[in-house]
Design a protein. Structure first.
Length: 291
């Protein structure tokens, strides 16, 4: 199987981005997987600490292996990422379970402490599996994948608060992360009634020029198509989407309940939910692949 790093570097060369979608349950995984299969594209499945606790660290790995072995011929592949991880213990747990990538999230820490703890996480993860990719986070962008009515408290949005190319360069050099997610005007979560703030495309370019390694954009929900395209062109090669999938899950479930008032068979209720999630994933994937 092609390594995730290769997949991301290939995307970079082609001027497209790989999609990263968070899943909380089997329905979401089924929906994301079916879009990957339909479009014949690799996809990264993200599970946060909460999602891992719910799904089971080893169980989600097995599920993805099972999908991959069944569809090996089709050209689509699922990769598994331990999304936002805050402790060394959880980093090690994911590395031992055979995740393809882990994120150590020290974005809420002071800069020097973030460097020190991320470096520690890189060492610990690579000691368990030298192939695993470790992503670092620079600049606080909030933490929750939910519908917002105001900006997350303390989030770096204004140009003067965003990490600079110099900071990014030092962070990458000292921590030796494989991928970097800098704050570039993006936030976690999405506004219920408005667009998310605009991305700072210039800052993406500056950081990309300085660090050279793959850049990751978090908080893809609520970002405009135009901003996505410009961000990819400026150097983003992996994009995270979570909140939009959660919204689709809930909307789909409510619609399905209304439509099947007396139905009690989950496998008759859930296809409507899957369809709703698939629409979101496909719409995003099409933009990420520059189609
Ligand atoms: Zn994120």
């Amino acid at each position: 199987m092609e390594s995730l790093l290769r997949v991301i570097k290939n995307a970079e060369r082609k001027g497209v981005a790989v999609g990263h979608f968070n899943v909380s349950n089997l329905e979401m995984l089924k929906a994301v997987s079916s879009v990957g299969r339909k479009l014949k594209l690799p996809i990264v499945i993200g599970v946060s600490e909460g999602e891992r606790d719910y799904l089971g660290v080893n169980q989600v790995r097995d599920l993805i292996d099972s999908y991959n072995s069944e569809h090996f011929e089709s050209g689509y592949r699922l990769y598994l990422n331990a999304d936002h991880t805050y402790s060394l213990e959880k980093i090690k747990e994911a590395a031992r379970a055979g995740f393809d990538a882990v994120i150590f999230d020290g974005a809420g820490l002071p800069f020097e402490e973030n460097i020190r703890r991320t470096k520690e996480a890189v060492r610990a993860a690579k000691k368990i599996n030298k192939e695993i990719l470790v992503e670092g986070e620079l600049g606080y962008i909030g933490r929750s994948s939910k519908l917002l009515d105001k900006l997350p408290k303390g989030a770096a949005i204004k140009t003067k608060d965003l990490p600079t190319a110099e900071q990014a360069f030092r962070f990458v050099k000292e921590t030796q992360v494989d991928m970097l997610a800098p704050a570039v005007g993006n936030i976690h979560g999405m506004f219920a009634k408005a667009r998310n703030p605009k991305l700072d495309i210039e800052r993406i370019k500056e950081i990309k020029n300085a660090v050279k390694i793959p850049l990751v954009l978090h908080g893809g929900s609520g970002v405009s198509d135009k901003d996505f395209r410009a961000a990819i062109k400026a150097g983003i090669s992996l994009i995270h989407v979570s909140t939009e999938l959660r919204v689709a899950w809930r909307t789909g479930l409510e619609k399905s309940f209304r439509k099947n008032k007396n139905e009690i068979a989950p496998y008759k209720i859930m296809p409507g939910v899957l369809k709703e999630i698939e629409k979101v994933v496909e719409r995003r994937m099409v933009i990420f692949r520059g189609r």
